[in-house]
Design a protein around this ligand. Structure first.
Ligand code: HEM
Length: 149
């Protein structure tokens, strides 16, 4: 594998080229734009996504899975995915869920750990419980494209 240099402006490691599309986000967005306000809008969503990544990277249960990946990019694309699904005015530019999690060996237990970290990030941001569950409901069916064993 060739080592790719980080983009000097964004700090991201370039991904392989692929067609960028909201169709990769894994679900259709909610129609109401009201839900996004419960997450603090686009900025609140970006903070929650970044916090979820930070908690997961520091979580001994799943830290190893994140070790060799580009966390700058993940924070951006995860935030875009949440923002798109919550109809907060973003487009998703990442890969589809199957392509983004190839051979990572993610288990159901790993998935639960990640969801706990997302819940903690949403709780810290005072997102109402019902709104938390609406985001989780969008993400839950995607787990079948991520879990491998
Ligand atoms: C339904 C559950 C999940 C969703 C919706 C999700 C969402 C995403 C998204 C949007 C990306 C970015 C793709 C891109 O930038 O092209 C991504 C990448 C990634 N995810 Fe997940 N994820 C889920 C579960 C998990 C779990 C359980 C783990 C590990 C415990 C995990 C580890 C990773 C890693 C390491 C990357 C970076 C891949 C790379 O840069 O090559 N994900 N995920």
């Amino acid at each position: 594998m060739t080592v790719k240099e980080r983009d000097p402006v964004t700090g991201e490691i370039p991904a392989e080229p692929y067609a960028q599309s909201n169709a990769n986000a894994g679900a259709n967005p909610y129609e109401s734009a009201r839900l996004a306000a419960s997450f603090g809008g686009r900025e609140g969503i970006a903070r929650i996504a970044a916090r979820t990544v930070d908690l997961s990277q520091a979580d001994p249960r799943i830290a190893a899975i994140f070790a060799a990946h580009d966390m700058v990019r993940l924070k951006r694309t995860l935030s875009e995915q949440f923002c798109y699904l919550l109809n907060a005015g973003c487009d998703y530019t990442g890969r589809d869920m199957k392509t983004a999690h190839p051979d990572m060996g993610v288990t159901r237990g790993d998935m639960n750990a990640l969801v706990e970290n997302l819940q903690a990030a949403m709780r810290e941001a005072n997102v109402p419980f019902a709104a938390q569950n609406r985001l989780l409901a969008k993400l839950a069916p995607m787990s079948r494209d991520v879990i491998e064993r």
